[in-house]
Design a protein around this ligand. Structure first.
Ligand code: MF3
Ligand code: CO
Ligand code: CO
Length: 259
């Protein structure tokens, strides 16, 4: 359902706040820092500077899942998503890291993630991270009123496939607003012309998870951490988007981005 102008303004504010967390945390990502330390810095910034709620903290899991225990997700190397920040997970030179931030501001959510390099990555990891961002951007460029969800999914997957990478299927983008994970489900694969047609005023995320190897996933015994079955690296980027009359507005755009 399209949002009212007042709700859209609140989505803009929430999106900007979420983006600012990723802009802030970059200088703290370096060898020797633990993902728990990064979580603490983000948590304090979200609560203390932004006056927002970290929406991941205590996020209710499914039936057999405990609530998510931290304020951000930190997913390193072969971790696909939902990595739990930990004092024992210390970043090393050559790691790739996804930080996924969701804030709730004035009742509305902003959800975004980006990849960080710790020192210099391998040639493969660098290519994977770049292609994953291009997958997100390719999906975003397909967005306008009338676009079908299958068009977005197809655009994302075609780009990944062209580079011989695979697309995770178990986790998807989503509608977002007062509800964190709302309808519709936004798949990162699909057939052009299939699925729901977008209307101006709708807000949702695109957040492709792209694997260097095969697409298959496994959840660790902590019930949250999702890893690649083949232990090859994975990369993800996410933005919260608004469908406008003539295209798309990236609500979580960072200053470093030109999209
Ligand atoms: N931010 C994730 C998303 O993009 C969801 C994380 S839920 C959590 O949809 F509980 F793991 F934090
Ligand atoms: Co999301
Ligand atoms: Co997210």
């Amino acid at each position: 359902m399209p949002k009212t102008p007042a709700a859209i303004d609140k989505m803009r504010a929430a999106g900007r706040a979420a983006a600012s967390v990723l802009e802030m945390i970059g200088e703290h990502v370096r060898p020797g820092v633990s993902t728990e330390e990064l979580d603490r810095i983000c948590h304090d910034y979200i609560v203390g500077e932004l006056d927002c709620v970290p929406a991941c903290l205590n996020y209710p899991g499914g039936e057999h899942q405990p609530p998510f225990p931290k304020s951000i997700c930190t997913s390193v190397n072969h971790v696909i998503c939902h990595g739990i920040p930990s004092a024992t997970k210390v970043l090393r030179r050559g790691d790739i890291l996804n930080i996924d931030v969701t804030v709730k501001k004035d009742g509305f959510h902003g959800d975004t993630s980006k990849m960080f390099f710790v020192g210099k990555p391998s040639v493969l990891a660098q290519r994977l991270v770049e292609v994953a961002q291009e997958c997100l951007y390719t999906g975003i460029r397909a967005v306008r009123p009338g676009t079908r969800l299958g068009d977005i999914g197809h655009a994302v997957a075609a780009h990944a496939r062209a580079h011989r990478f695979s697309v995770v299927r178990e986790y998807c983008g989503h509608g977002i607003g007062e509800v964190f994970h709302d309808e519709p489900e936004v798949r990162h694969y699909g057939k052009p012309g299939d699925g729901l047609a977008l209307q101006a005023g709708v807000t949702f995320t695109i957040e492709p998870m792209i694997n260097a190897g095969r697409r298959h996933t496994r959840v660790l015994p902590d019930q949250w951490t999702v890893v690649t079955r083949d232990h090859k690296p994975s990369a993800q980027w996410e933005h919260t988007l608004l469908v406008t009359e003539d295209g798309v507005e990236v609500l979580t755009r960072r200053a470093e981005e030109t999209i």
